[in-house]
Design a binder for this molecule. Structure first.
Ligand code: SAM
Length: 378
C-alpha cells in the first residue's frame, strides 16, 4: 500500500456492525408512509459512503440479491477486508471501492438509497459539503438519503469528557495507550468526586458508558481531531442549500415526544409542528437533550405528506417486501454461518459476542415495520 494513502482507519480498525436503521427496507417504509414512491427494495441501487469493512452493506447485498450495492471508503485496509468477505460469500451484486468522497466519480450514476453512517461529523467541512452534494447529484428523484451525525445540545456534555480525554492523552503515541489513558482519567475524575452534584453524576455515567465501548470506536469517535456536532437546524439548512429536504428520522419513534415530558409539552410541540416541521424537530432535540441523529433526506422537489394515514399500512401493494427467510435446512444458512465467522475474524474481536446479526433488519417485513411505526412501538 502506498504510504501516502494510509489513514487512521488503516492503522486502528473501526468495528464494522450492521445498522438496521439504514436498511433500504426501513428507508422505503418511512418514505412510503410519508407519501413518496421509493424504488422497491428488491430491485434498487444502494450507495454507502464511509462503509468501512462493509459490515453494514454486505449483509444487505447478501439479502437482496436482485439489488446492487456500492460501498466506498477512503481507507484501503477495511475495503480489502470487506472484499475478502464478498469473495468468500460469492456475492456478485456488490462492489467495495477505496475512494475519497472528494473524488466521487459521476460515472457511478444514480442511487435509490444513499447511506452515510458515522461519517458526516468526522470529516472536515469541505467533505461534509461534498457528501450533501453527492446526495443531491446521485439520488434518484424519489430516493432517500440517510446521514447520521452528532448533534447539540446533547454533545455539549460529551464534549466535556472529550476535552479531558484528549488533553490527558495528547502525548501518547500508541492508540491503545491513548485509549487506556483517556479512560483512566475519566474514571479517576469520576471516582474523585465526593459531592453529589450534576457534574459528578455526569462523569459517573460517562465513565460507565465509556468502559463498555470498543477501543476502536473510542479512538476514532472521542479522540479524533475532527468531531463536529451540529444543531439539527444547522444540518437542515445545509441540506436545503444542497437542494435536499428533511424527510424523517430513521428511528421513527425518535420523532415523538415520549412519556418523559408533560402532556402539555407534547401538545405544544405538536402545535409547533403543525406550523413548522423543522422547528418541531429542533425543540424536540432541546427537550430530549439529543446527541446523535440519523436523519433521512429526500430531494426538495419531492412531495412529502407529513401526517401518516394509518390506512396506508393496510395496502399490501405498497408494503410487500418480506425479506429472505433463512432456515437451517437451506443452503443459505451455511453461507450465513461462514459469513459470521469471517466477519469475526476480520474485525479483530471488535464484534459483539454473537457476531453480526445478518437477519436483523433484513427479515423484518415492510408491513411489520410500517405497523410498528404507526403504533409507535418499534
Ligand atoms: C467512524 S468510521 C464509520 C464506519 C462505518 N460507516 C460505521 O459506522 O461503522 C468513518 C469511516 O469513514 C471513512 N472516511 C473518512 N473520510 C472519508 C472520505 N473523505 N471519503 C471516504 N471515506 C471516508 C473512514 O475511513 C472510516 O472508515
Amino acid at each position: 500500500m502506498d504510504a501516502i494513502n494510509i489513514t487512521a482507519y488503516d492503522e486502528v480498525g473501526y468495528p464494522s456492525y450492521v445498522y438496521p436503521q439504514t436498511h433500504p427496507d426501513r428507508l422505503a417504509t418511512i418514505a412510503t408512509l410519508l407519501g413518496m414512491n421509493p424504488a422497491p427494495v428488491e430491485a434498487c441501487r444502494v450507495l454507502e459512503m464511509g462503509c468501512g469493512a462493509g459490515g453494514n452493506i454486505i449483509p444487505m447485498a447478501f439479502d437482496l440479491s436482485e439489488s446492487s450495492f456500492v460501498g466506498i471508503d477512503l481507507a484501503a485496509s477495511p475495503i480489502d477486508q470487506g472484499r475478502e468477505l464478498i469473495a468468500a460469500l460469492g456475492l456478485k451484486n456488490i462492489s467495495l471501492q477505496q475512494l475519497d468522497v472528494m473524488a466521487f466519480p459521476s460515472e457511478l450514476g444514480q442511487f435509490d438509497y444513499i447511506i452515510a453512517h458515522g461519517l458526516f461529523s468526522w470529516v472536515p467541512e469541505v467533505v461534509r459539503d461534498r457528501i450533501l452534494a453527492i446526495c443531491r447529484a446521485h439520488l434518484a428523484p424519489q430516493g432517500v438519503a440517510y446521514i447520521s451525525y452528532n448533534t447539540y445540545p446533547g454533545c455539549r456534555l460529551r464534549e466535556i469528557a472529550r476535552d479531558i480525554m484528549r488533553f490527558h492523552s495528547k502525548d501518547k503515541q500508541q492508540a491503545a495507550e491513548k485509549v487506556g489513558q483517556s479512560l483512566a482519567v475519566i474514571k479517576w475524575i469520576a471516582e474523585a468526586q465526593t459531592e453529589k452534584n450534576s457534574y459528578a453524576n455526569f462523569l459517573g455515567e460517562m465513565s460507565a458508558r465509556l468502559l463498555k465501548r470498543d477501543e476502536g470506536s473510542i479512538y476514532h469517535d472521542e479522540l479524533s481531531d475532527v468531531n463536529v456536532p451540529l444543531y439539527f437546524h444547522e444540518f437542515a439548512k445545509q441540506a436545503h442549500e444542497h437542494g435536499l429536504q428533511f424527510l424523517s428520522e430513521a428511528d421513527y419513534f425518535e420523532r415523538s415526544a415520549d412519556s418523559s415530558f408533560t402532556e402539555e409539552a407534547a401538545r405544544q410541540l405538536d402545535q409547533i409542528g403543525d406550523e413548522d416541521t423543522l422547528a418541531r424537530e429542533q425543540y424536540l432535540d432541546f427537550l430530549k437533550g439529543r446527541s446523535f441523529r440519523q436523519t433521512l433526506l429526500c430531494h426538495r422537489e419531492a412531495e412529502v405528506v407529513r401526517r401518516i394515514n394509518p390506512d396506508q399500512v393496510k395496502d399490501p401493494t405498497r408494503f410487500c417486501y418480506t425479506g429472505r427467510q433463512i432456515g437451517i435446512s437451506r443452503d443459505v444458512s451455511r453461507k450465513e454461518r461462514s459469513c459470521c465467522h469471517h466477519q469475526s475474524a476480520i474485525n479483530q474481536s471488535s464484534l459483539p459476542p454473537s457476531g453480526p446479526d445478518l437477519s436483523k433488519g433484513n427479515q423484518v417485513s415492510r408491513v411489520s415495520h410500517a405497523s410498528s411505526l404507526v403504533s409507535g412501538d418499534e
